[in-house]
Design a binder for this molecule. Structure first.
Ligand code: ADP
Ligand code: TRP
Length: 341
């Protein structure tokens, strides 16, 4: 099984990103035969137009992932734009993608409704994403539920390509076991990451960069403490039972080890412990959870060359994995240059 996912280089990671997505990515590196993770720098051009920033954020994402446990021995970490065939496949797929499909895109509709300019890149964003996925013969794609429609588009575009370029292709028999006309591109399955794992922010809403309510994994110690101490709580007195719909309670439940989480549950519901005590414990739990990653990131920061090496090695391996599919695409479409492996 081959797993792939991408993340846009768009700033600092918070603990919601970790529990909602990255933790699972790290787990898949042991579950899948091959796992590929890339920094979607081409996608970020739809919102970020500053070369220095894109380069800087891309490097940061790589640091974050490595610090949080992605192991370049087991997973392939690379930068999207290091693989030139991605952009070529994007064009080829665009040639068979109906505009009507793209105009139904939630993300395109939301962004244009909010007054963002309707750049072609915003419209064709899902085509590039399909190219990312299909180039490597991906089986499964772990993503947040906001990306569900993009995966459906990738599946549609995959079928469209095979119908166009594989004579005798039947979408009911994509492997060609009956027709002897297997598709060149493989249809990917989404893995929609657990919806129940919504991590609340310090104001009680969903934690999100957009709401300014995050606790960032790699923020300076003082900032982390300040953020945690300012989690919104009510005026329930120390001795009284506390309401379980509180962000503080939910964060404790997410970060504490099982036994302690149960203990916290009972004291929370019985009363006797004040919010201040719980917050102090949350600061400790934060460091117990992320201390190692924070230390590892510091080390990596000191050696930017090592990160560049990991990324270029990753790109080489990713391109090798792309070769069989890409070479068939070149053969079938009559455009492009084969990858020699
Ligand atoms: P943000 O909302 O801060 O901009 P992103 O949209 O970049 O975060 O999210 C990246 C990934 O992190 C997504 O796959 C999403 O599933 C996950 N994620 C983000 N915020 C949360 C949260 N509060 N709880 C759980 N998962 C989250
Ligand atoms: N669009 C995704 C996001 O914003 C990032 C992404 C780009 C991606 N290409 C991908 C995710 C391919 C999975 C597979 O989160």
């Amino acid at each position: 099984m081959r797993i792939l996912s991408g993340v846009q280089p768009s700033g600092k990671l918070h603990i919601g990103n970790y529990f909602g997505a990255i933790r699972q990515f790290v787990e898949y590196q042991d579950k899948a035969e091959e796992s590929l993770y890339f920094i979607a720098d081409l996608h970020s051009l739809t919102t970020l137009r500053d070369g220095t920033k894109i380069r800087e954020y891309s490097h940061d994402v790589a640091l974050d992932f490595l610090a949080l446990g992605l192991d370049p021995e087991r997973a392939i970490l690379f930068r999207q734009s290091d693989i030139p065939e991605v952009a070529q496949l994007y064009w080829i797929l665009g040639a068979v993608t109906p505009v009507g499909l793209l105009e139904r895109g939630h993300s395109f509709k939301d962004k244009t409704a909010r007054g963002l300019p309707a750049d072609a890149g915003l419209l064709t964003y899902p085509v590039l994403m399909a190219a990312d996925i299909l180039l490597y013969g991906t089986d499964k794609v772990p993503v947040g539920k906001d990306q569900k429609q993009h995966l459906e588009f990738a599946r549609d575009i995959c079928t469209k390509f095979n119908l166009t370029f594989v004579p005798g292709f039947d979408s009911q028999d994509p492997d060609g076991s009956r027709t002897k006309a297997p598709g060149i591109l493989k249809s990917p399955e989404p893995i929609i990451l657990d919806e129940t794992a919504v991590v609340p922010g310090i104001d009680g809403q969903k934690m999100s960069k957009a709401y300014g309510n995050t606790i960032d994994i790699f923020a300076p110690e003082k900032v982390v403490k300040k953020r945690i101490m300012s989690i919104k709580t009510d005026s329930t007195p120390i001795e009284a039972p506390k309401p379980p719909d509180s962000a503080l309670y939910q964060l404790l439940q997410i970060l504490a080890p099982r036994d302690e989480a149960d203990e916290i549950e009972s004291t929370w519901l019985e009363g006797g412990v004040g919010y201040g005590t719980y917050k102090k414990r949350l600061v400790e739990l934060f460091h117990e959870t992320f201390g190692q990653a924070r230390a590892r990131r510091k080390k990596l920061e000191a050696d930017p060359e090592a990160v560049s090496r990991i990324l270029s090695q990753g790109a080489r391996r990713a391109r090798e994995l792309a070769a069989p599919t890409w070479n068939k695409i070149v053969e079938a479409t009559g455009v492009g240059i084969e990858i020699e492996v």
